[in-house]
Write a protein that binds this ligand. Structure first.
Ligand SMILES: Cc1cc2nc3c(=O)[nH]c(=O)nc-3n(C[C@H](O)[C@H](O)[C@H](O)COP(=O)(O)OP(=O)(O)OC[C@H]3O[C@@H](n4cnc5c(N)ncnc54)[C@H](O)[C@@H]3O)c2cc1C
Length: 360
Protein backbone atom coordinates (compact mmCIF):
# COMPACT_ATOMS: atom_id res chain seq x y z
CA UNK A 1 0.00 0.00 0.00
CA UNK A 2 1.32 3.41 -0.85
CA UNK A 3 1.86 6.05 1.86
CA UNK A 4 0.87 9.69 1.66
CA UNK A 5 3.30 12.52 2.39
CA UNK A 6 1.68 15.94 2.73
CA UNK A 7 3.87 19.02 2.25
CA UNK A 8 2.14 22.05 3.78
CA UNK A 9 3.42 25.40 2.44
CA UNK A 10 5.77 26.10 -0.47
CA UNK A 11 8.59 27.60 1.60
CA UNK A 12 12.29 27.31 0.79
CA UNK A 13 12.85 23.81 2.22
CA UNK A 14 9.81 22.43 0.40
CA UNK A 15 11.00 23.95 -2.89
CA UNK A 16 14.10 21.82 -2.42
CA UNK A 17 11.92 18.72 -1.91
CA UNK A 18 9.97 19.46 -5.12
CA UNK A 19 13.19 20.09 -7.00
CA UNK A 20 14.75 16.79 -5.91
CA UNK A 21 11.55 14.89 -6.68
CA UNK A 22 11.92 16.02 -10.29
CA UNK A 23 14.95 13.75 -10.53
CA UNK A 24 14.21 11.03 -8.00
CA UNK A 25 10.70 9.76 -7.39
CA UNK A 26 9.87 7.73 -4.29
CA UNK A 27 8.30 4.34 -4.81
CA UNK A 28 4.99 3.74 -3.05
CA UNK A 29 4.80 7.33 -1.79
CA UNK A 30 2.05 9.66 -2.93
CA UNK A 31 3.24 13.27 -2.40
CA UNK A 32 0.82 16.22 -2.20
CA UNK A 33 1.48 19.90 -1.51
CA UNK A 34 -1.12 22.11 0.17
CA UNK A 35 -0.37 25.79 -0.45
CA UNK A 36 -2.84 28.53 -1.38
CA UNK A 37 -1.00 30.44 -4.10
CA UNK A 38 0.23 29.08 -7.46
CA UNK A 39 3.38 31.12 -6.87
CA UNK A 40 6.06 31.19 -4.21
CA UNK A 41 7.67 34.65 -3.95
CA UNK A 42 11.34 34.88 -2.99
CA UNK A 43 11.99 37.52 -0.33
CA UNK A 44 15.71 37.80 -1.16
CA UNK A 45 14.63 39.67 -4.32
CA UNK A 46 11.86 41.79 -2.76
CA UNK A 47 14.14 44.83 -2.48
CA UNK A 48 15.16 44.60 -6.16
CA UNK A 49 11.52 44.27 -7.22
CA UNK A 50 10.58 47.28 -5.08
CA UNK A 51 13.28 49.41 -6.65
CA UNK A 52 12.30 48.25 -10.14
CA UNK A 53 15.35 46.08 -10.89
CA UNK A 54 13.44 42.78 -11.19
CA UNK A 55 10.12 41.83 -12.79
CA UNK A 56 7.40 39.87 -11.00
CA UNK A 57 8.39 36.75 -12.99
CA UNK A 58 12.01 37.13 -11.78
CA UNK A 59 11.03 36.88 -8.11
CA UNK A 60 8.55 34.02 -8.10
CA UNK A 61 8.50 30.27 -8.66
CA UNK A 62 5.55 28.68 -10.47
CA UNK A 63 4.39 26.00 -8.03
CA UNK A 64 1.99 24.37 -10.50
CA UNK A 65 4.81 23.78 -12.98
CA UNK A 66 7.35 22.63 -10.42
CA UNK A 67 4.86 20.29 -8.68
CA UNK A 68 3.77 18.89 -12.01
CA UNK A 69 7.37 18.14 -13.05
CA UNK A 70 7.96 16.50 -9.65
CA UNK A 71 4.81 14.37 -9.93
CA UNK A 72 3.40 16.06 -6.84
CA UNK A 73 -0.29 16.86 -6.59
CA UNK A 74 -0.83 20.56 -5.81
CA UNK A 75 -3.82 21.34 -3.57
CA UNK A 76 -4.57 25.10 -3.79
CA UNK A 77 -5.77 25.51 -0.20
CA UNK A 78 -4.72 26.94 3.13
CA UNK A 79 -4.27 24.56 6.06
CA UNK A 80 -6.27 25.66 9.13
CA UNK A 81 -5.31 23.06 11.73
CA UNK A 82 -4.01 19.57 12.19
CA UNK A 83 -5.46 16.60 14.06
CA UNK A 84 -2.12 15.08 15.04
CA UNK A 85 -3.38 11.82 16.55
CA UNK A 86 -5.77 11.15 13.69
CA UNK A 87 -3.13 12.16 11.11
CA UNK A 88 -5.38 14.63 9.31
CA UNK A 89 -5.00 18.18 8.02
CA UNK A 90 -8.11 20.35 7.96
CA UNK A 91 -8.11 23.24 5.47
CA UNK A 92 -9.83 26.62 5.81
CA UNK A 93 -12.69 25.48 3.55
CA UNK A 94 -13.34 22.47 5.83
CA UNK A 95 -11.80 19.86 3.50
CA UNK A 96 -9.81 17.12 5.25
CA UNK A 97 -6.59 15.45 4.04
CA UNK A 98 -5.30 12.30 5.76
CA UNK A 99 -1.57 11.63 5.79
CA UNK A 100 1.03 9.15 6.95
CA UNK A 101 3.74 11.80 7.19
CA UNK A 102 3.33 15.59 7.08
CA UNK A 103 5.87 18.38 6.77
CA UNK A 104 5.30 22.10 7.44
CA UNK A 105 7.14 24.98 5.77
CA UNK A 106 4.55 27.75 6.05
CA UNK A 107 6.78 30.68 7.04
CA UNK A 108 5.77 33.27 9.63
CA UNK A 109 3.35 36.13 10.12
CA UNK A 110 4.44 39.68 10.77
CA UNK A 111 1.32 41.56 11.88
CA UNK A 112 0.46 41.05 15.58
CA UNK A 113 -3.13 39.98 16.29
CA UNK A 114 -3.85 43.30 18.06
CA UNK A 115 -3.17 45.23 14.81
CA UNK A 116 -5.06 42.95 12.44
CA UNK A 117 -8.09 45.27 12.29
CA UNK A 118 -5.97 48.45 12.01
CA UNK A 119 -4.81 50.31 8.89
CA UNK A 120 -1.44 48.49 9.04
CA UNK A 121 -0.59 46.26 6.06
CA UNK A 122 1.44 43.09 5.91
CA UNK A 123 3.30 41.34 3.08
CA UNK A 124 2.69 37.93 4.64
CA UNK A 125 1.87 35.44 3.22
CA UNK A 126 4.56 36.42 0.74
CA UNK A 127 2.24 36.34 -2.31
CA UNK A 128 0.72 39.57 -0.90
CA UNK A 129 4.02 41.35 -1.41
CA UNK A 130 3.84 42.74 -4.96
CA UNK A 131 0.36 44.26 -4.60
CA UNK A 132 1.19 45.88 -1.28
CA UNK A 133 4.51 47.35 -2.38
CA UNK A 134 3.21 48.68 -5.71
CA UNK A 135 0.61 50.74 -3.83
CA UNK A 136 2.90 51.87 -1.05
CA UNK A 137 5.81 53.08 -3.15
CA UNK A 138 3.57 55.55 -5.02
CA UNK A 139 2.44 57.33 -1.84
CA UNK A 140 4.17 60.33 -0.24
CA UNK A 141 4.77 59.19 3.34
CA UNK A 142 5.08 55.40 3.44
CA UNK A 143 5.83 54.27 6.96
CA UNK A 144 7.61 51.04 7.86
CA UNK A 145 7.29 49.68 11.38
CA UNK A 146 10.40 47.64 12.17
CA UNK A 147 14.08 48.43 11.80
CA UNK A 148 15.41 44.93 11.18
CA UNK A 149 17.00 43.74 7.93
CA UNK A 150 13.66 43.50 6.07
CA UNK A 151 12.37 46.91 7.23
CA UNK A 152 15.56 48.85 6.50
CA UNK A 153 16.11 47.15 3.15
CA UNK A 154 12.58 47.87 1.93
CA UNK A 155 12.75 51.46 3.23
CA UNK A 156 15.86 52.17 1.13
CA UNK A 157 14.40 50.38 -1.89
CA UNK A 158 11.15 52.37 -1.78
CA UNK A 159 13.17 55.58 -1.41
CA UNK A 160 15.39 54.57 -4.37
CA UNK A 161 12.28 53.85 -6.48
CA UNK A 162 10.83 57.27 -5.58
CA UNK A 163 14.05 59.07 -6.42
CA UNK A 164 14.40 57.25 -9.74
CA UNK A 165 10.80 57.93 -10.79
CA UNK A 166 10.69 61.43 -9.27
CA UNK A 167 7.75 60.51 -7.04
CA UNK A 168 7.67 63.06 -4.24
CA UNK A 169 7.81 61.95 -0.62
CA UNK A 170 9.95 60.46 2.11
CA UNK A 171 9.98 56.96 3.57
CA UNK A 172 9.70 56.74 7.36
CA UNK A 173 10.92 53.98 9.68
CA UNK A 174 9.92 53.56 13.33
CA UNK A 175 11.61 50.87 15.37
CA UNK A 176 11.19 49.94 19.02
CA UNK A 177 14.92 49.26 19.38
CA UNK A 178 17.94 50.47 17.44
CA UNK A 179 18.27 49.79 13.70
CA UNK A 180 19.40 46.17 13.09
CA UNK A 181 19.26 45.48 16.84
CA UNK A 182 20.56 41.89 16.42
CA UNK A 183 23.93 43.12 15.12
CA UNK A 184 26.81 44.97 16.80
CA UNK A 185 26.10 48.60 17.82
CA UNK A 186 28.54 50.08 15.35
CA UNK A 187 26.86 48.26 12.44
CA UNK A 188 23.51 49.70 13.60
CA UNK A 189 24.97 53.19 13.71
CA UNK A 190 26.47 52.81 10.25
CA UNK A 191 23.21 51.59 8.75
CA UNK A 192 21.18 54.33 10.44
CA UNK A 193 23.51 56.94 8.97
CA UNK A 194 23.12 55.34 5.55
CA UNK A 195 19.30 55.33 5.80
CA UNK A 196 19.35 59.04 6.64
CA UNK A 197 21.81 59.79 3.84
CA UNK A 198 19.41 58.09 1.44
CA UNK A 199 16.65 60.40 2.67
CA UNK A 200 14.78 57.99 4.96
CA UNK A 201 13.52 59.46 8.26
CA UNK A 202 14.23 57.19 11.25
CA UNK A 203 12.77 57.01 14.76
CA UNK A 204 14.61 54.58 17.06
CA UNK A 205 13.51 53.28 20.47
CA UNK A 206 9.86 54.17 19.84
CA UNK A 207 7.13 51.60 20.09
CA UNK A 208 4.06 52.00 17.84
CA UNK A 209 1.01 51.65 20.09
CA UNK A 210 -1.84 52.53 17.74
CA UNK A 211 -2.27 52.75 13.99
CA UNK A 212 -4.85 55.17 12.58
CA UNK A 213 -5.70 55.92 8.92
CA UNK A 214 -3.41 58.96 8.74
CA UNK A 215 -0.97 58.66 11.64
CA UNK A 216 0.49 56.28 14.20
CA UNK A 217 0.83 56.95 17.92
CA UNK A 218 4.01 55.87 19.73
CA UNK A 219 4.77 55.22 23.39
CA UNK A 220 6.68 58.53 23.51
CA UNK A 221 3.45 60.34 22.67
CA UNK A 222 4.63 61.07 19.10
CA UNK A 223 2.09 61.18 16.28
CA UNK A 224 3.82 60.28 13.01
CA UNK A 225 1.84 60.98 9.83
CA UNK A 226 1.76 58.39 7.03
CA UNK A 227 0.13 57.45 3.75
CA UNK A 228 0.31 53.70 4.39
CA UNK A 229 1.89 51.53 7.10
CA UNK A 230 3.82 48.37 6.35
CA UNK A 231 4.34 46.24 9.44
CA UNK A 232 7.68 44.41 9.49
CA UNK A 233 8.14 44.28 13.25
CA UNK A 234 9.53 40.74 13.47
CA UNK A 235 8.35 37.20 12.82
CA UNK A 236 5.40 35.72 14.73
CA UNK A 237 4.25 32.11 14.49
CA UNK A 238 1.09 31.14 12.61
CA UNK A 239 -1.69 30.23 15.11
CA UNK A 240 -2.16 26.83 13.38
CA UNK A 241 0.13 24.96 15.79
CA UNK A 242 -1.39 26.40 18.94
CA UNK A 243 -4.90 25.66 17.61
CA UNK A 244 -3.78 22.07 17.03
CA UNK A 245 -2.40 21.69 20.60
CA UNK A 246 1.15 21.08 19.34
CA UNK A 247 4.21 22.10 21.38
CA UNK A 248 5.16 25.73 20.61
CA UNK A 249 7.57 28.38 21.89
CA UNK A 250 6.56 31.77 23.33
CA UNK A 251 6.12 33.26 19.82
CA UNK A 252 3.89 30.34 18.66
CA UNK A 253 6.52 28.60 16.51
CA UNK A 254 6.39 24.79 16.57
CA UNK A 255 9.19 23.14 18.56
CA UNK A 256 11.28 20.66 16.57
CA UNK A 257 14.14 18.32 17.38
CA UNK A 258 17.43 18.42 15.48
CA UNK A 259 15.98 15.83 13.05
CA UNK A 260 13.31 18.48 12.13
CA UNK A 261 10.64 16.24 13.69
CA UNK A 262 8.07 17.94 15.94
CA UNK A 263 8.82 17.55 19.63
CA UNK A 264 6.04 15.06 20.35
CA UNK A 265 5.40 13.41 16.97
CA UNK A 266 7.83 11.44 14.86
CA UNK A 267 5.63 11.69 11.74
CA UNK A 268 5.29 15.50 11.78
CA UNK A 269 8.25 17.40 10.32
CA UNK A 270 8.88 21.11 9.86
CA UNK A 271 11.44 23.59 8.54
CA UNK A 272 11.99 27.30 7.97
CA UNK A 273 10.50 30.20 9.90
CA UNK A 274 7.52 28.23 11.23
CA UNK A 275 9.65 26.07 13.54
CA UNK A 276 12.01 26.70 16.43
CA UNK A 277 14.77 24.18 16.98
CA UNK A 278 14.81 23.08 20.62
CA UNK A 279 18.64 22.92 20.54
CA UNK A 280 19.01 26.38 18.88
CA UNK A 281 16.13 28.48 20.24
CA UNK A 282 17.62 31.82 19.16
CA UNK A 283 18.36 30.90 15.55
CA UNK A 284 17.16 33.90 13.48
CA UNK A 285 14.00 33.53 11.39
CA UNK A 286 15.78 33.93 8.10
CA UNK A 287 15.56 32.35 4.66
CA UNK A 288 19.20 31.26 4.91
CA UNK A 289 18.31 28.61 7.49
CA UNK A 290 15.14 27.54 5.66
CA UNK A 291 17.30 26.89 2.58
CA UNK A 292 19.97 25.01 4.55
CA UNK A 293 17.36 22.80 6.22
CA UNK A 294 16.04 21.66 2.80
CA UNK A 295 18.59 18.87 2.11
CA UNK A 296 18.32 17.49 5.69
CA UNK A 297 14.53 17.56 5.48
CA UNK A 298 14.68 15.71 2.14
CA UNK A 299 17.00 13.04 3.55
CA UNK A 300 15.00 12.63 6.75
CA UNK A 301 11.61 12.35 5.06
CA UNK A 302 13.08 9.72 2.80
CA UNK A 303 14.73 7.82 5.66
CA UNK A 304 11.64 8.01 7.87
CA UNK A 305 9.46 6.59 5.10
CA UNK A 306 11.95 3.72 4.66
CA UNK A 307 12.47 3.05 8.39
CA UNK A 308 16.11 4.25 8.37
CA UNK A 309 17.89 6.41 11.00
CA UNK A 310 17.61 10.20 10.61
CA UNK A 311 20.26 12.95 10.29
CA UNK A 312 20.56 16.08 12.45
CA UNK A 313 20.50 19.66 11.20
CA UNK A 314 23.39 21.70 12.60
CA UNK A 315 23.12 25.41 11.72
CA UNK A 316 26.16 27.36 10.60
CA UNK A 317 27.57 29.82 13.18
CA UNK A 318 27.53 32.96 11.02
CA UNK A 319 25.27 33.71 8.07
CA UNK A 320 26.04 36.19 5.29
CA UNK A 321 23.51 39.03 4.98
CA UNK A 322 23.55 41.51 2.13
CA UNK A 323 20.98 44.29 2.25
CA UNK A 324 20.28 46.12 -0.97
CA UNK A 325 20.60 49.85 -0.28
CA UNK A 326 19.44 51.23 -3.66
CA UNK A 327 21.26 52.06 -6.90
CA UNK A 328 22.75 48.54 -7.09
CA UNK A 329 24.80 48.92 -3.91
CA UNK A 330 24.76 46.45 -1.05
CA UNK A 331 25.45 46.56 2.70
CA UNK A 332 27.19 43.30 3.59
CA UNK A 333 27.26 41.93 7.13
CA UNK A 334 29.10 38.74 8.08
CA UNK A 335 29.72 38.28 11.81
CA UNK A 336 31.66 41.37 12.92
CA UNK A 337 32.51 42.44 9.33
CA UNK A 338 30.47 44.93 7.30
CA UNK A 339 31.02 46.80 4.02
CA UNK A 340 28.93 48.94 1.65
CA UNK A 341 29.64 48.91 -2.08
CA UNK A 342 28.57 47.78 -5.57
CA UNK A 343 30.43 44.47 -5.26
CA UNK A 344 28.22 43.45 -2.34
CA UNK A 345 25.07 44.02 -4.43
CA UNK A 346 26.60 42.12 -7.38
CA UNK A 347 27.27 39.17 -5.08
CA UNK A 348 23.70 39.30 -3.72
CA UNK A 349 22.29 39.49 -7.25
CA UNK A 350 24.36 36.45 -8.29
CA UNK A 351 23.34 34.38 -5.25
CA UNK A 352 19.65 35.27 -5.65
CA UNK A 353 19.51 34.68 -9.40
CA UNK A 354 21.30 31.33 -9.03
CA UNK A 355 18.86 30.33 -6.29
CA UNK A 356 15.86 31.13 -8.47
CA UNK A 357 17.33 29.46 -11.57
CA UNK A 358 17.23 26.11 -9.72
CA UNK A 359 13.43 26.20 -9.61
CA UNK A 360 12.61 27.59 -13.05
C1 LIG B 1 11.44 42.16 2.73
C2 LIG B 1 12.11 40.92 3.24
C3 LIG B 1 13.39 40.61 2.80
C4 LIG B 1 14.03 39.48 3.28
N1 LIG B 1 15.27 39.21 2.81
C5 LIG B 1 15.91 38.11 3.23
C6 LIG B 1 17.20 37.80 2.73
O1 LIG B 1 17.76 38.53 1.90
N2 LIG B 1 17.81 36.69 3.21
C7 LIG B 1 17.22 35.88 4.14
O2 LIG B 1 17.82 34.89 4.54
N3 LIG B 1 16.00 36.14 4.63
C8 LIG B 1 15.31 37.23 4.20
N4 LIG B 1 14.07 37.51 4.69
C9 LIG B 1 13.43 36.56 5.64
C10 LIG B 1 12.80 35.45 4.82
O3 LIG B 1 11.78 35.98 4.00
C11 LIG B 1 12.13 34.38 5.66
O4 LIG B 1 12.97 33.99 6.68
C12 LIG B 1 11.85 33.19 4.74
O5 LIG B 1 10.95 33.56 3.72
C13 LIG B 1 11.27 32.04 5.50
O6 LIG B 1 11.13 31.01 4.59
P1 LIG B 1 10.15 29.82 4.85
O7 LIG B 1 10.60 28.73 3.97
O8 LIG B 1 10.06 29.53 6.29
O9 LIG B 1 8.68 30.34 4.42
P2 LIG B 1 8.15 31.33 3.32
O10 LIG B 1 9.18 31.66 2.31
O11 LIG B 1 7.49 32.46 4.04
O12 LIG B 1 7.02 30.46 2.59
C14 LIG B 1 5.87 30.03 3.27
C15 LIG B 1 4.95 29.32 2.30
O13 LIG B 1 3.86 28.72 2.99
C16 LIG B 1 2.60 29.09 2.41
N5 LIG B 1 1.63 29.10 3.50
C17 LIG B 1 1.51 30.01 4.50
N6 LIG B 1 0.52 29.65 5.34
C18 LIG B 1 0.02 28.49 4.87
C19 LIG B 1 -1.02 27.61 5.30
N7 LIG B 1 -1.73 27.84 6.41
N8 LIG B 1 -1.29 26.49 4.57
C20 LIG B 1 -0.56 26.22 3.45
N9 LIG B 1 0.43 27.01 2.99
C21 LIG B 1 0.72 28.12 3.70
C22 LIG B 1 2.88 30.45 1.77
O14 LIG B 1 1.97 30.73 0.77
C23 LIG B 1 4.31 30.21 1.26
O15 LIG B 1 4.26 29.48 0.06
C24 LIG B 1 13.39 38.64 4.23
C25 LIG B 1 12.11 38.95 4.67
C26 LIG B 1 11.46 40.06 4.18
C27 LIG B 1 10.07 40.38 4.69
Amino acid sequence: MSKRLLLVGAGHAHLEILNRLRNESWRQVDVCMITPSPYQYYSGMFSGYTEGLYSEEDIRVDIRQLANAANVHWIPKKAAFIKPQQKKIVCEDGSVYPFDVVSFDIGSKSLPLSFEDSAARTIKPNYEFTDQIRTLRETTKPLIVGGGAAGTELAMSIQAYKDKHKIPGQVRVITSDRILADGPKWVSARLKKLLEKKGVRVWQNEHVEEVFEEFVKTDNGNRVRHTGVLWLGGAIGDPIFEKSSLAIDERSFALVRSTLQFRDYDYIFGAGDCVTMIDYPSLPKSGVYAVRQGPVLWQNLKSYLSGLPLDSFVPQKNALYILSTGGKKGFLVYGPVSSHNKKAWQLKNKIDREFMAKYK
